[in-house]
Ligand binder design. Structure first.
Ligand SMILES: [Zn+2]
Length: 370
């Protein structure tokens, strides 16, 4: 900035003065929300429950797994809404204004969240506070661009942000929520921790089947799975003369009809699902994430699907159904239109319902197309 070294200038003095002023302002502001007063208004006398507001309904569902009835949990986005493009309404800011905990992905998925937080004027949930949960840390990020500048103009500037499509990541998300939940409400920490262990166990059983979990334990499988080391391990280990893969159950067994297959996808929503279940989105209806397709691009997608015999097109249900069905019918492919989030369709009330629907819909589509 043109300030030369070794010359303690007027600029330095101004900076020092500004730092002092800032410190004084912060000290003066502290009693308003620090010193443990933050949450007392809700818990004194046990009158009001903890209020957790999440950006996405899937995070609300995962939070409920941890809190049970101990908290009121509400989501801002609907489950059948594009999570990138939610219009911030005044009611959202009012909701976040009352929250003890705000849960969001980070990675700029919810580009609208900072506006909601600004308007909410609630120091308990601003970025960096105990009440602000970012769910992606700990997830092995996929599709991280080498150049972080928004040169491509798409909405995945920091890597693929749709982390919840892999059930293993659901556990990491829950772990991130648990950390802040126990800080904000330490009185119930033991219950939250027990509920987390139970959730982890149920996700591992549903994903790998009971037999594998009984043999190895949920924690060991989770460690292997989060580093994508499960398959290598299971193929090389045997039990009673058979490889461990023979004992696989759950979603991974139900996914056999589509393991190793290729499909077309609308948006890059499924990277983590694909990595877990070993299915690839080989072509996308969107030219780049968040950029709607031109007729010419759609023509190219149809061409590629025909050339490569791609028989299934997967799309979240907030995209134009008619457009998805049109592309599918031009290529004799099957359209699989599913919610990306919990509460995005009738009967999808939990994280388990959501993954059940993805796995069963894709299995049916691939079985029918063979
Ligand atoms: Zn996206």
């Amino acid at each position: 900035m043109g300030v030369s070294k070794g010359r303690r200038s007027a600029w330095d003095s101004i900076q020092d003065a500004a730092t002092c002023l800032l410190a004084i302002t912060l000290l003066a502001a502290e009693p308003a929300y620090a010193q443990g007063a933050r949450h007392r208004h809700r818990h004194q006398g046990g009158q009001q429950r903890l209020l957790v507001v999440t950006s996405l309904p899937t995070f609300a569902a995962i939070t409920r797994e941890l809190t049970g009835d101990l908290a009121e949990v509400e989501a801002i986005a609907r489950g059948d809404e594009d999570p990138h493009f939610v219009q911030p309404r005044p009611s959202y800011a009012a909701k976040v204004g009352r929250a003890d905990l705000f849960v969001t992905t980070g990675l700029d998925l919810e580009m609208w969240a900072p506006t909601v937080i600004d308007r909410a004027n609630n120091p308990r949930v601003v970025e960096g506070s105990e009440g602000h949960v970012v769910t992606y840390p700990g997830v092995k990020l996929l599709e991280v661009p080498e150049d972080v500048s928004r040169f491509g103009g798409d909405v995945h500037a920091f890597g693929n942000p749709h982390v919840h499509t892999d059930p293993v990541n659901a556990i990491i998300i829950a772990e991130n929520i648990l950390r802040n939940l126990t800080q904000v409400d330490p009185d119930n920490a033991e219950t939250y921790e027990a509920n987390f262990r139970d959730f982890k166990d149920r996700v591992m059983r549903r994903l790998f089947g009971d037999q594998i979990v009984q043999m190895l334990g949920a924690d060991a499988i989770f460690q292997l799975a989060r580093n994508y080391e499960f398959w290598g391990f299971a193929r090389n280990q045997s039990f009673q003369g058979r490889p461990l893969t023979d004992y696989l159950g759950g979603w991974l067994a139900e996914a056999t009809p589509f393991r190793g297959r290729r499909m077309a996808c609308y948006h890059k929503s499924w990277a983590y699902f694909g990595a877990r279940f070993q299915i690839e989105c080989a072509v996308f209806i969107e030219p780049r994430p968040g950029i709607p397709p031109s007729p010419r691009h759609l023509g190219e997608v149809v061409g590629t699907m025909g050339d490569e015999s791609i028989l299934v097109l997967l799309a979240a249900n907030y995209f134009s159904h008619s457009q998805v069905e049109q592309v599918a019918s031009r290529t004799n492919a099957r359209a699989v239109i599913v919610p990306l989030d919990v509460r995005g369709a009738e009967g999808v009330d939990t994280y388990f319902d959501l993954v059940d629907l993805w796995v069963s819909s894709l299995s049916e589509a691939f079985l029918a197309s063979d």
